[in-house]
Design a protein around this ligand. Structure first.
Ligand SMILES: Cc1cc2nc3c(=O)[nH]c(=O)nc-3n(C[C@H](O)[C@H](O)[C@H](O)COP(=O)(O)OP(=O)(O)OC[C@H]3O[C@@H](n4cnc5c(N)ncnc54)[C@H](O)[C@@H]3O)c2cc1C
Length: 466
């Protein structure tokens, strides 16, 4: 007989939700975590730390906008610890909350590093080197990801950082090169620029965040450059080195050289199966470097499931939680269907960006003629009141101007506002729902109504022509 029904490896968003879901169904569950604190990259090196820094960057940015009023100037040699002052409290409360939740659900918490001996045997090595072997019917692998290290970028975590180490910088640097144009690169580049660091973003593609609607990326690049940042697209990095004294030198393939005090390499993430010996379980990474799973999140070994960053995109905490929960449901045999396709994307840059459903470009490709309605925050009363006038909400509709296909938002609160559009998309509502409903006033959500009226206006004009 097995020691456990399910062993979950990793306590990030995916592992935590998998363990809790399985335990709530009455299963004997073990949760193995090698870090001292629970919560995974999400709590300790990713989502929560970067958003904590962002909160303070926004405050600094607002103060700077009102500099003449407050005579505001950041002190030289500002310590990073000051800028992420509440982070320790946030992380400890999260760890405590998770510990209580796991204990309450009678999940066996095991602190140690897991590796497979076979598909049904997981060995755990404690920090003191003590080993124990757990026999289990099922395993959920939720070991997350780690930053990719391009060979031309010698990350030393003192001058040249990756996204796991960037917040361990002691002082706010005067200048920072950010390599990459993805979500993590864009978030950190705009956050540090808002803090007054001179940031240069370098990427091989012409635009950052190429998967987003072009209106959103244009707005992001303009806002970044208005704050003083430099976007260098179409630029391939040849070599990076620390000059041994003060600066990091980045050489581009076209011969240009960029000198900055520090560098952040945010060139994607890789599935974390280090030390896991997945081959002992009969598993291997696929050509994309992730653990392949089917629609049920089952690997090619029938009793092993995987969820979260370890299975690849979208690599979001939000999606990882749902994958973890679903993996456990599938183990138990609870019917959950397939994962929803409509997953909202939230990017906590300065400004915030959020998207759900189709972009304007995708909709044009799929539906030919479409109708788009825009609502600049500068036309929304709440935008005037709160000083958030730099955003925009955009509704993408079919050619009739009736069915909603996608919602795109840039500006403060974008990641919250998107959920109204997400619900309308999920319930397959017509765009008219935003005009027929009464929204609180004054709110930024009113932008839905304004954009919907813009769509309906175009619809009326189009119909009168035919
Ligand atoms: C800078 C940054 C910002 C981000 N911002 C956002 C955001 O705003 N919104 C969002 O939705 N997502 C965001 N993400 C992504 C999000 O953090 C990840 O998608 C999420 O953490 C993945 O969850 P996970 O459970 O798969 O893995 P993780 O959170 O990586 O957890 C994996 C856990 O497994 C443990 N582990 C690994 N190997 C072993 C082993 N052999 N034995 C025992 N334990 C092991 C690790 O210690 C870790 O605790 C961000 C990521 C980064 C890096």
């Amino acid at each position: 007989m097995s020691d456990f029904d399910i062993v979950v490896i990793g306590s990030g968003p995916a592992g935590q939700k998998a363990a809790v879901q399985a335990a709530k169904a009455g299963k004997q569950v073990a949760l193995i975590e090698r870090d001292a604190l629970l919560g995974g990259a999400c709590v300790h090196r990713g989502t929560i730390p970067s958003k904590t820094l962002r909160e303070n960057a926004l405050r600094v940015n607002n103060m700077r906008k009102n500099a003449t009023l407050f005579q505001f100037k950041l002190s030289e040699d500002l310590e990073m610890a000051t800028l992420i002052d509440r982070l320790d409290d946030v992380m400890k409360s999260h760890d405590e909350y998770m510990r209580r939740q796991i204990d309450r659900n009678a999940i066996k918490r095991i602190h140690g590093r897991a590796r497979f001996l076979s598909p049904n045997e997981v060995e755990v090595t404690s920090v003191r080197g003590k080993k124990q072997v757990l026999n289990t019917d099922y395993v959920v692998i939720a070991t997350g990801s780690f930053p990719r290290k391009p060979e031309q970028v010698p990350i030393d975590h003192e001058n040249i950082f990756d996204s796991d180490s960037v917040l361990s910088m002691l002082y706010l640097p005067k200048s920072l090169a950010v390599l990459g144009g993805g979500v993590i690169a864009s978030e950190y580049a705009s956050i540090f620029q808002a803090l007054g660091v001179r940031v240069i973003m370098i990427d091989r593609y012409p635009r950052p965040l190429g998967f987003l609607d072009k209106d959103l990326t244009d707005n992001f690049v303009n806002a970044f450059q208005d704050m003083g940042g430099v976007w260098m697209g179409n630029s391939v990095v040849k070599k990076v080195c620390f000059d041994g004294v003060n600066d990091v030198i980045t050489e581009l393939e076209d011969g240009r050289t960029i000198i900055t005090q520090k560098l952040l390499c945010a060139a994607g993430r890789e599935a974390n199966v280090k030390d896991l010996d997945i081959d002992n379980a009969g598993l291997a990474l696929d050509e994309r470097g992730v653990i392949p799973v089917d629609g049920q999140l089952r690997t090619r070994v029938p009793n092993i499931f995987a969820a979260g960053d370890v299975i690849g995109p979208p690599s979001l905490a939000s999606a990882s939680m749902e994958q973890g929960r679903r993996a456990a449901c599938n183990v138990i045999g609870l019917e959950v269907g397939s994962m929803p396709e409509m997953i909202p994307v939230g990017i906590y840059g300065v400004p915030e960006l959020s998207s759900v459903g189709m972009t304007e470009q995708e909709a044009r490709k799929a539906h030919g003629q479409i109708i788009v309605g825009r609502a600049p925050f500068s036309e929304i009363a709440r935008g005037h009141i709160s000083g958030n006038q730099d955003g925009m909400l955009k509704l993408v509709c079919d050619a009739e101007g009736r069915r909603l296909l996608g919602v795109q938002i840039v500006g403060e609160e974008a990641t919250e506002l998107i959920h109204i559009g997400q619900m309308a998309l999920l319930s397959k509502s017509d765009v008219d729902i935003f005009v027929e409903s009464i929204f609180n006033f004054p709110t930024l959500a009113e932008a839905y109504r304004v954009a919907a009226l813009a769509v309906i206006g175009q619809r009326a004009r189009r119909n009168s022509v035919y």
